[in-house]
Write a protein that binds this ligand. Structure first.
Ligand SMILES: CC(C)(COP(=O)(O)OP(=O)(O)OC[C@H]1O[C@@H](n2cnc3c(N)ncnc32)[C@H](O)[C@@H]1OP(=O)(O)O)[C@@H](O)C(=O)NCCC(=O)NCCS
Length: 198
């Protein structure tokens, strides 16, 4: 997927050095909010194995974890995903942006594009974003894209101590009129044929 300023694609094992550098240089911002950051820093070999797993599950249509890159596709900006864990009618978007690229609207840009793609290409009925209620910076992203705050689940995330989780959701019939409805992007299939815009 290509947005105004970003390229989103399945991670390749060869992206391991770029991912490691992006994560290692962002640990102060990632550790408070991303449970996986507890195990960082990982070795390069661990990153290769991680990315092989991401690519394998992507190719088998089990889960879609994306690397987020600069427009030329070379530099890692962060990570995202369309996660399948809420059943066939829904997808959950996750995101992180490396520290030295934060505050430029990248999380908002990719979330708007993935939201529109989830509804118009994947044809799901609901998209969710889950975050810690204390993560003010993350909470602004779904709000700006047009999501509604739906619920707060108490003590539902273990990180390692119990944390609350706030769920933002958007339904397909509420897409019109949101910032996501206006998101501009190009999407390509595995053969490089353009799927969007149709
Ligand atoms: C949260 C995160 C994804 C945001 O990415 P980003 O690309 O900087 O986000 P954007 O620039 O699109 O939007 C951030 C918004 O938060 C606002 N913001 C920044 N710091 C803030 C703060 N301390 N409190 C409230 N809002 C804040 C910005 O002003 C911006 O809103 P604006 O565009 O209306 O000015 C990124 O900082 C990150 O990866 N953090 C660490 C990991 C994380 O928390 N991931 C999310 C887990 S759910």
């Amino acid at each position: 997927m290509v947005t105004e300023r970003l390229v989103l694609r399945c991670w390749e094992p060869g992206d391991a050095p770029g991912l490691k550098e992006a994560v290692d240089s962002s640990l102060d911002d990632l550790r408070p909010w991303m449970p996986w950051a507890e195990d960082e820093p990982e070795s390069l070999e661990q990153k290769v194995e991680l990315l092989r797993g991401f690519r394998g599950r992507f190719d088998l249509d089990q889960d879609y974890v994306y690397g987020v890159f600069t427009a030329g596709g070379e530099d890692v900006v962060g990570g995202s995903g369309l996660h399948t864990r809420h059943g066939s009618d829904a997808l959950e978007i996750g995101y992180w942006i490396r520290s030295n690229q934060a505050g430029k609207g990248f999380a908002t840009e990719l979330t708007a594009a993935l939201t529109r793609a989830a509804f118009e290409l994947c044809e799901v009925d609901r998209v969710e974003i889950r975050t810690d209620p204390a993560n003010e910076r993350s909470r602004t992203v779904p709000s700006k894209v047009g999501y509604e705050e739906e619920a707060t689940l108490r003590r539902r995330l273990h990180h390692p101590e119990p944390r609350d989780v706030v769920i933002y959701s958007m339904f397909r019939d509420r897409l019109a009129g949101t910032a996501a409805a206006d998101a501009r992007f190009e999407a390509y299939d595995v053969l490089g044929e353009r799927m969007w815009p149709r």
